[in-house]
Design a protein. Sequence first.
Length: 256
Amino acid sequence: MIEIKSINANKHPMSSILILNDNRIAYSSNEKYAIKILNPNKNYQCDASLTGHSNFVNSITEPNDHSIKIWSITSYKCLYTISNGHRSYVLKVISLPLNRIATCAGSSEIKIWNTKPPYSDTPIKVLNGVCRWVTALLYIHNKDSVISGSRDDIVCIWDMKTYQCVSVIEGGNHCWCYEIYMINEKRVIVGYNNLITIINVNDCKVENEFYDEDIEYIQSFVKIDNKILCGGKEGKLIVINKDSNRFKILKTTHKN
């Protein structure tokens, strides 16, 4: 049985939800450009409201004002602001080992930043030269690598020890990459516009793909048992059966 609880947390549209390490819920909305922390142990009361961005927070990791903010979730204070981390809106922020983060903003650059004092507006490293518009990032723990996706249909694997690109996988369908999700230690699933692919990160090859003009903007994934749910445009939900290294579309639902 699935228990559903409705929480009247906000009167404004929500744009992102994140579960923190202590099971509290962080979410962003259009209200005063804030991030709010809900505590499930206190009947989902708001523990704190984190403000400071000058524009909408599209996602907790995607501010719309080019800035990157480092927050303490114990004191709820902003520890440091990188005012102009990128020249455009920050699209993705992911956590890396050794107190680092990686960010992208739809340009050719992936930037690596330090998240502990002494803070700096200068990145540790800038990765570029392979693709033109990086739009998605994922850290692969067992390989200590970052996999990136871009608007020009290129997926790259970057070694986080050397900061070098070790593999380039070209899709050939000229699709915009929206999201990359880890299936297991060997495989990732990549969501494009009209296209879903599974890539083996060990041999850096596409194992399977599914193209359908009716599947648009695959921007989110979640794994439940042996199935993967994919969220797309206009309320479409794609259910994928994951057997070994193969998958098939089981069901596509539409928002009425």
